[in-house]
Design a protein around this ligand. Structure first.
Ligand code: ADP
Ligand code: TZD
Length: 583
């Protein structure tokens, strides 16, 4: 009899005792919001978080350096419109991840850097805790937003705020500080479940004002030489068919910025890429779609745009489609800002144009076609050459064919000459497949981007790397092998930064600052971890090795030997490189 009285109470007690903790709430909050992958590097205080996340079905990709995990997270954000998550330990791990967070904010990639941190009381009194640092304060100026959670009950809100901040409006990097003490905090499991938030509509559509749309359409209607510039914001927006419609229905020639290549295939007849230096100064109305008039577009003025001096406007009128209401007029006057998300803006522009769209005047289109044909023929001639040793052109001619035959593949790209030549030689055929150094021209994104593209994009990755660029993240070939990712790294190896033939001006024993060990065998690095290494000193050998890599889907590193005198200093941005007048 006694047993029947006691039993329900025991059950009730047991139920009341069901607890959860900070570790589980963080994982549950992320999972509830569709986060299925975490890029990171374990250690105090987040070791158990990585382990428990994996046990809970989240894919945890562990890197050898936090910066690479951070770059992986940021590009996953760009590819998916979901915030990429990077998880690090305190102080040094946090700082290692911070470069990637700042780069994400600069590039408008949605990312959340989650770092464990040391004891608040000790940190704030600067009493010398293990890995002591006021991380929140340091992250703030580099992040779009930064939050700290002190109580397990607030984890749901903290994660929700971080997600909204990362993906709404102009996307960016968000910092979430989780002190060590938070993780083992226990609370009632039911209360914990109730505290979590599934974010509703994290990146709400932003519909442009009808008068802004009309202003833009009116301006485009009177254009004689219109031009559209597509930026990586247009790629990010995933409004691919709307953008294609706009381009094809208006017949306006367009230029894709580097990471917008492939939004429409680079072989599209309306692309003006091969006539860039003609269309920028000649155009009278330019519509920017998800592209800023920053240094990559010479700030919208100066010689590139037909201006007489570097501060001089070329006289173009601009339409700018952007989600940030502050972007317009950043460099030159924007006559028709259209503020909203690109999908909504482009749809509204198409609707406002109706069926009365006039194609641009034939003289404009013909003039562009003529320049294009000339430049394409010139390039074909250069690409057909087969010099020995290989140069950038003869190597990239192979890459161009391989990408054409494998349009699903991701193309990761960094370096100086290795970047500039790849961008102009290798055509892209699908949106969001070209992943590169972005707004800062940062070296070091290579292997992090490659891991993310393979793990999240689930396609073959081809990474075209300068030998200097590769060095920044080279150790992650172990990560590539460990997760057995279909990544083919091609190092365009010219023995140094930009080129490899510099001499120490003093004649001393130290090498010149820009050169590396000659004939370095980078392919051995991949072999060290069980991947495939190949040495290619001819286009034929490079082609064979790349074809084999793609056929086998095995981690592969091809050391492609390039003439060490082939590059130019700073690639195509030599003009930005100050050099000493005094010799
Ligand atoms: P690129 O380097 O390719 O020229 P930028 O990074 O300079 O491109 O510009 C991207 C722009 O796209 C930013 O100004 C950003 O505010 C904008 N943007 C990003 N996502 C969206 C979106 N979904 N809708 C509208 N604009 C967006
Ligand atoms: N450090 C970081 C983080 N980013 C940078 N952009 C640089 C340094 C400076 N830098 C460039 O702008 S390109 C480059 C460096 C070091 C490397 C160029 O050499 P490479 O490519 O071997 O990668 P090429 O093909 O030889 O030019």
């Amino acid at each position: 009899m006694g047993g029947t009285v006691i039993e329900p109470n025991v059950a009730a007690d047991a139920k009341a005792m069901e607890l959860t903790d900070g570790f589980h709430l963080v994982i549950d909050a992320l999972k509830l919001n569709g986060i299925d992958t975490i890029f990171g590097l374990p250690g105090i205080p987040i070791t158990d978080l990585t382990r428990k996340a994996q046990a809970a079905g989240v894919r945890v990709i562990s890197f050898r350096h936090e910066q690479n995990a951070g770059y992986a997270a940021s590009i996953a954000g760009f590819m998916t419109q979901k915030p990429g998550i990077c998880l690090t330990v305190s102080a040094p791990g946090f700082l290692n991840g911070l470069t990637a967070l700042a780069n994400a904010t600069t590039n408008c990639f949605p990312m959340i850097l989650i770092s464990g941190s040391s004891e608040r009381e000790v940190v704030d009194l600067q009493q010398g805790d293990y890995e002591e640092m006021d991380q929140l304060a340091i992250a703030k100026p580099l992040a779009k937003a930064a939050f700290r959670v002190l109580h397990a009950e607030d984890i749901g809100v903290g994660v929700a705020r971080a997600i909204r901040a990362a993906v709404s409006g102009r996307p960016g990097g968000v910092y979430l500080d989780l002190p060590a003490k938070l993780f083992p905090q226990s609370i009632d499991a039911e209360a914990g479940r109730r505290s979590l938030i599934k974010v509703v509509d994290p990146a709400p559509r932003q519909i442009p004002a009808p008068e802004a749309v009309k202003r833009a359409v009116d301006l485009l209607r009177c254009a004689k030489k219109p031009l559209i510039i597509l930026g990586k914001g247009a790629a990010y927006a995933q409004a691919d068919s709307e953008i294609r419609n706009l381009i094809e229905r208006t017949g306006i020639p367009y230029l894709p910025m580097s990471m917008a290549k492939g939004l429409l295939p680079d072989t599209h007849e309306q692309t003006a890429s091969a006539a860039r230096s003609y269309v920028l100064p000649e155009a009278d109305v330019v519509m920017l779609i998800g592209a800023r008039l920053n240094w990559l577009l010479s700030h919208g003025k100066g010689k590139t745009w037909g201006g007489k001096s570097s501060k001089d406007w070329g006289g173009q009128k601009f339409v700018q489609v952007d989600i940030s209401p502050q972007e317009a007029d950043s460099n030159v006057r924007i006559d028709a800002p259209v503020v909203g998300d690109i999908g909504s803006c482009v749809s509204a522009l198409l609707a406002a144009m109706g069926s009365t769209i006039q194609k641009p005047p034939a003289e404009w289109l013909n003039a562009i076609a003529e320049r294009k044909a000339k430049n394409v023929a010139k390039m074909a001639e250069t690409l057909a050459k087969n010099p020995s040793p290989m140069n950038f052109h003869s190597a990239l001619n192979v890459v161009r064919d391989i990408v054409k035959a494998n349009p699903d593949a991701y193309l990761v790209n960094e370096g100086a000459n290795a970047l500039d030549f790849t961008r102009s030689i290798v055509d892209m055929y699908q949106p969001r497949k070209r992943l590169d150094v972005g707004t800062w021209g940062v070296m070091g994104i290579g292997m992090g981007f490659a891991v993310a593209a393979a793990a999240v994009g689930k396609q073959q990755v081809i990474a075209i790397e300068g030998d200097s660029a590769f060095g920044f993240s080279g150790m992650e070939v172990e990560t590539i092998c460990r997760y057995d990712l279909p990544v083919c790294v091609v190092i365009l190896n010219n023995n140094g930064v930009y080129r490899g033939d510099e001499k120490n001006l003093t004649g001393g024993r130290d090498p010149a600052p820009l050169v590396f060990v000659k004939d370095a065998r980078y392919e051995k690095l991949m072999e060290a971890f069980g991947g495939v290494g190949a040495h290619a000193s001819t286009p034929e050998a490079l082609r064979k090795a790349m074809e084999e890599a793609i056929r086998s889907r095995r981690p592969t590193l091809i050391n492609a030997i390039i003439d060490e005198t082939a590059g130019t200093e700073s690639g195509r941005i030599t003009n930005l490189n100050p050099s000493a007048k005094k010799k």
